[in-house]
Design a protein around this ligand. Sequence first.
Ligand SMILES: [Zn+2]
Length: 250
Amino acid sequence: MPGDAFFPDPAATAEQLWASLDEAWQEAFRQAWEAFRSGNIAVGACAALPDGSIVRAARNRVADRSAPAGEIFGSALAHAEMNVLARLPYRAAREFVLTTTLEPCIQCSAAIRLGPVAAVRFAGADPLWAGCHDFSPLSRREAARNKAVLSGPRSDEVGLFGTLISRFGPGLNQRTDSQLRALGDGDSLDLVARLESAGEVRALMAVTVQDAFGRLYPHLAALREQQSRQLDSAADPGALNDRAPADDPV
Ligand SMILES: [Zn+2]
Protein backbone atom coordinates (compact mmCIF):
# COMPACT_ATOMS: atom_id res chain seq x y z
CA MET A 1 0.00 0.00 0.00
CA PRO A 2 1.57 3.34 -1.00
CA GLY A 3 2.82 5.34 1.96
CA ASP A 4 2.48 2.48 4.42
CA ALA A 5 5.64 2.19 6.53
CA PHE A 6 5.58 -1.62 6.31
CA PHE A 7 4.79 -1.79 2.58
CA PRO A 8 6.45 1.30 1.15
CA ASP A 9 5.62 2.39 -2.38
CA PRO A 10 8.50 0.99 -4.49
CA ALA A 11 8.62 4.11 -6.67
CA ALA A 12 8.95 6.42 -3.66
CA THR A 13 11.54 4.14 -2.03
CA ALA A 14 13.60 4.00 -5.22
CA GLU A 15 13.39 7.76 -5.58
CA GLN A 16 14.56 8.35 -2.01
CA LEU A 17 17.41 5.89 -2.36
CA TRP A 18 18.55 7.51 -5.61
CA ALA A 19 18.33 10.99 -4.08
CA SER A 20 20.53 9.82 -1.19
CA LEU A 21 23.42 9.04 -3.59
CA ASP A 22 26.12 11.68 -3.73
CA GLU A 23 27.02 13.35 -7.03
CA ALA A 24 29.93 10.98 -7.75
CA TRP A 25 27.69 7.89 -7.47
CA GLN A 26 25.07 9.47 -9.69
CA GLU A 27 27.67 10.51 -12.27
CA ALA A 28 29.22 7.03 -12.33
CA PHE A 29 25.77 5.54 -12.99
CA ARG A 30 25.00 8.14 -15.67
CA GLN A 31 28.23 7.09 -17.39
CA ALA A 32 27.31 3.40 -17.06
CA TRP A 33 23.93 4.08 -18.60
CA GLU A 34 25.51 5.93 -21.51
CA ALA A 35 27.75 2.88 -22.02
CA PHE A 36 24.67 0.62 -22.09
CA ARG A 37 22.78 2.85 -24.51
CA SER A 38 25.76 3.03 -26.86
CA GLY A 39 26.21 -0.74 -27.08
CA ASN A 40 29.05 -1.08 -24.58
CA ILE A 41 29.23 -2.89 -21.25
CA ALA A 42 27.30 -0.83 -18.69
CA VAL A 43 30.04 0.29 -16.34
CA GLY A 44 30.83 3.92 -15.47
CA ALA A 45 33.30 5.62 -13.17
CA CYS A 46 34.51 9.00 -12.01
CA ALA A 47 37.35 10.51 -9.99
CA ALA A 48 36.68 13.19 -7.41
CA LEU A 49 38.81 15.31 -5.10
CA PRO A 50 38.43 14.76 -1.35
CA ASP A 51 35.83 17.58 -1.26
CA GLY A 52 33.65 15.58 -3.66
CA SER A 53 34.20 17.70 -6.78
CA ILE A 54 34.39 15.48 -9.88
CA VAL A 55 37.55 15.86 -11.96
CA ARG A 56 37.06 13.10 -14.57
CA ALA A 57 34.20 10.83 -15.53
CA ALA A 58 34.29 8.07 -18.14
CA ARG A 59 32.63 4.87 -19.26
CA ASN A 60 33.27 1.51 -20.81
CA ARG A 61 34.10 1.82 -24.54
CA VAL A 62 34.92 -1.76 -25.58
CA ALA A 63 32.66 -1.53 -28.64
CA ASP A 64 33.22 2.15 -29.55
CA ARG A 65 34.98 3.34 -32.70
CA SER A 66 36.09 6.64 -31.24
CA ALA A 67 36.65 8.31 -27.89
CA PRO A 68 37.76 11.62 -26.36
CA ALA A 69 41.53 12.13 -26.60
CA GLY A 70 43.37 10.08 -24.00
CA GLU A 71 40.72 7.37 -23.63
CA ILE A 72 40.84 3.77 -24.84
CA PHE A 73 38.16 2.43 -27.20
CA GLY A 74 37.36 -0.61 -29.32
CA SER A 75 39.45 -2.91 -27.16
CA ALA A 76 38.95 -5.41 -24.33
CA LEU A 77 41.02 -2.98 -22.23
CA ALA A 78 38.60 -0.05 -22.69
CA HIS A 79 37.15 -0.16 -19.19
CA ALA A 80 35.53 2.81 -17.43
CA GLU A 81 38.12 2.97 -14.65
CA MET A 82 41.00 2.88 -17.17
CA ASN A 83 39.49 5.79 -19.05
CA VAL A 84 39.22 7.82 -15.85
CA LEU A 85 42.69 6.93 -14.58
CA ALA A 86 44.40 7.51 -17.94
CA ARG A 87 43.44 11.19 -17.80
CA LEU A 88 44.48 11.98 -14.23
CA PRO A 89 47.72 13.99 -14.20
CA TYR A 90 51.08 12.27 -13.86
CA ARG A 91 52.47 12.61 -10.34
CA ALA A 92 49.30 14.22 -9.01
CA ALA A 93 48.86 13.97 -5.25
CA ARG A 94 47.51 10.55 -4.28
CA GLU A 95 44.19 11.92 -3.10
CA PHE A 96 41.51 11.04 -5.67
CA VAL A 97 38.42 9.04 -4.79
CA LEU A 98 37.51 6.68 -7.63
CA THR A 99 33.83 5.74 -7.74
CA THR A 100 32.76 2.93 -10.04
CA THR A 101 29.52 1.05 -10.67
CA LEU A 102 31.14 -2.41 -10.67
CA GLU A 103 33.90 -4.14 -8.73
CA PRO A 104 37.17 -3.39 -10.58
CA CYS A 105 38.74 -6.16 -12.66
CA ILE A 106 42.38 -7.21 -12.30
CA GLN A 107 43.55 -4.78 -15.02
CA CYS A 108 41.83 -1.80 -13.39
CA SER A 109 42.99 -2.86 -9.93
CA ALA A 110 46.58 -2.77 -11.18
CA ALA A 111 45.98 0.64 -12.81
CA ILE A 112 44.57 1.91 -9.51
CA ARG A 113 47.91 0.91 -7.90
CA LEU A 114 49.72 3.17 -10.38
CA GLY A 115 47.25 6.06 -10.31
CA PRO A 116 46.92 8.87 -7.75
CA VAL A 117 44.04 7.14 -5.96
CA ALA A 118 43.46 7.28 -2.20
CA ALA A 119 40.14 5.43 -2.11
CA VAL A 120 37.97 3.28 -4.35
CA ARG A 121 34.21 2.86 -3.93
CA PHE A 122 32.34 0.33 -6.04
CA ALA A 123 28.61 -0.40 -6.18
CA GLY A 124 28.08 -3.90 -7.59
CA ALA A 125 29.96 -7.08 -6.78
CA ASP A 126 31.68 -8.90 -9.64
CA PRO A 127 32.50 -12.43 -8.43
CA LEU A 128 34.80 -12.90 -11.44
CA TRP A 129 37.30 -10.47 -9.91
CA ALA A 130 36.77 -10.94 -6.19
CA GLY A 131 40.14 -11.42 -4.49
CA CYS A 132 42.09 -9.75 -7.33
CA HIS A 133 42.66 -6.35 -5.69
CA ASP A 134 45.59 -6.93 -3.36
CA PHE A 135 48.94 -7.53 -4.98
CA SER A 136 50.84 -7.65 -1.67
CA PRO A 137 51.75 -11.35 -1.99
CA LEU A 138 53.58 -10.62 -5.25
CA SER A 139 56.59 -8.79 -3.79
CA ARG A 140 57.94 -7.24 -0.61
CA ARG A 141 57.98 -3.81 -2.23
CA GLU A 142 54.32 -4.07 -3.21
CA ALA A 143 53.41 -5.33 0.24
CA ALA A 144 55.08 -2.28 1.81
CA ARG A 145 53.47 0.36 -0.45
CA ASN A 146 50.47 2.42 0.66
CA LYS A 147 47.22 1.13 -0.79
CA ALA A 148 43.98 2.76 -1.79
CA VAL A 149 41.16 2.03 0.65
CA LEU A 150 38.64 -0.20 -1.11
CA SER A 151 34.96 -0.14 -0.15
CA GLY A 152 32.18 -2.19 -1.70
CA PRO A 153 30.05 -3.81 -2.78
CA ARG A 154 27.08 -1.78 -1.60
CA SER A 155 24.58 -4.00 0.21
CA ASP A 156 21.52 -2.13 -1.07
CA GLU A 157 19.57 -2.24 -4.34
CA VAL A 158 22.02 0.27 -5.87
CA GLY A 159 24.77 -2.34 -5.54
CA LEU A 160 22.62 -5.00 -7.20
CA PHE A 161 21.72 -2.51 -9.93
CA GLY A 162 25.44 -1.98 -10.67
CA THR A 163 25.96 -5.70 -11.15
CA LEU A 164 22.72 -6.30 -13.05
CA ILE A 165 23.19 -3.63 -15.71
CA SER A 166 26.73 -4.81 -16.40
CA ARG A 167 25.14 -8.00 -17.78
CA PHE A 168 22.90 -6.11 -20.23
CA GLY A 169 23.94 -5.20 -23.75
CA PRO A 170 26.69 -7.29 -25.35
CA GLY A 171 25.99 -9.99 -22.77
CA LEU A 172 28.24 -12.70 -21.44
CA ASN A 173 29.74 -15.56 -23.38
CA GLN A 174 28.67 -19.06 -22.36
CA ARG A 175 31.83 -19.81 -20.43
CA THR A 176 31.62 -16.64 -18.31
CA ASP A 177 27.92 -17.27 -17.72
CA SER A 178 28.72 -20.77 -16.42
CA GLN A 179 31.54 -19.47 -14.23
CA LEU A 180 29.28 -16.83 -12.68
CA ARG A 181 26.56 -19.40 -12.01
CA ALA A 182 29.14 -21.63 -10.32
CA LEU A 183 30.12 -18.62 -8.18
CA GLY A 184 26.51 -18.22 -6.99
CA ASP A 185 25.26 -15.50 -9.35
CA GLY A 186 22.52 -17.56 -11.05
CA ASP A 187 19.60 -15.54 -9.63
CA SER A 188 20.93 -12.30 -11.06
CA LEU A 189 21.63 -13.90 -14.47
CA ASP A 190 18.15 -15.44 -14.53
CA LEU A 191 16.65 -12.01 -13.85
CA VAL A 192 18.60 -10.50 -16.77
CA ALA A 193 17.33 -13.32 -19.02
CA ARG A 194 13.72 -12.72 -17.92
CA LEU A 195 14.02 -8.96 -18.48
CA GLU A 196 15.54 -9.54 -21.91
CA SER A 197 12.90 -12.00 -23.07
CA ALA A 198 10.14 -9.65 -21.84
CA GLY A 199 11.61 -6.85 -23.97
CA GLU A 200 12.27 -4.82 -20.82
CA VAL A 201 16.01 -4.35 -21.42
CA ARG A 202 15.33 -2.86 -24.85
CA ALA A 203 12.59 -0.62 -23.39
CA LEU A 204 14.97 0.65 -20.71
CA MET A 205 17.25 2.11 -23.39
CA ALA A 206 14.73 4.92 -23.84
CA VAL A 207 14.73 6.09 -20.22
CA THR A 208 17.21 7.81 -17.91
CA VAL A 209 19.32 5.80 -15.49
CA GLN A 210 17.28 7.08 -12.54
CA ASP A 211 14.02 5.99 -14.20
CA ALA A 212 15.58 2.62 -15.06
CA PHE A 213 16.51 2.17 -11.40
CA GLY A 214 12.92 2.98 -10.43
CA ARG A 215 11.50 0.48 -12.91
CA LEU A 216 13.91 -2.25 -11.86
CA TYR A 217 13.62 -1.53 -8.14
CA PRO A 218 10.94 -4.18 -7.33
CA HIS A 219 13.06 -6.82 -9.10
CA LEU A 220 16.19 -5.64 -7.26
CA ALA A 221 14.41 -5.67 -3.89
CA ALA A 222 13.18 -9.23 -4.56
CA LEU A 223 16.69 -10.28 -5.61
CA ARG A 224 18.15 -8.76 -2.46
CA GLU A 225 15.66 -10.65 -0.31
CA GLN A 226 16.41 -13.88 -2.18
CA GLN A 227 20.15 -13.43 -1.61
CA SER A 228 19.78 -12.63 2.09
CA ARG A 229 17.63 -15.76 2.56
CA GLN A 230 20.38 -17.80 0.91
CA LEU A 231 23.00 -16.22 3.20
CA ASP A 232 20.83 -17.00 6.24
CA SER A 233 20.49 -20.62 5.10
CA ALA A 234 24.22 -20.91 4.56
CA ALA A 235 24.86 -19.52 8.05
CA ASP A 236 22.34 -21.91 9.62
CA PRO A 237 22.95 -25.54 8.57
CA GLY A 238 19.77 -26.53 10.43
CA ALA A 239 17.72 -24.46 7.98
CA LEU A 240 19.23 -26.39 5.08
CA ASN A 241 18.44 -29.71 6.77
CA ASP A 242 14.87 -28.57 7.34
CA ARG A 243 14.48 -28.10 3.61
CA ALA A 244 15.91 -31.51 2.67
CA PRO A 245 13.28 -33.89 1.30
CA ALA A 246 11.97 -36.40 3.86
CA ASP A 247 13.25 -39.30 1.78
CA ASP A 248 16.68 -37.75 1.23
CA PRO A 249 19.08 -40.67 1.82
CA VAL A 250 21.79 -38.35 3.23
ZN1 LIG B 1 38.39 -3.20 -15.51
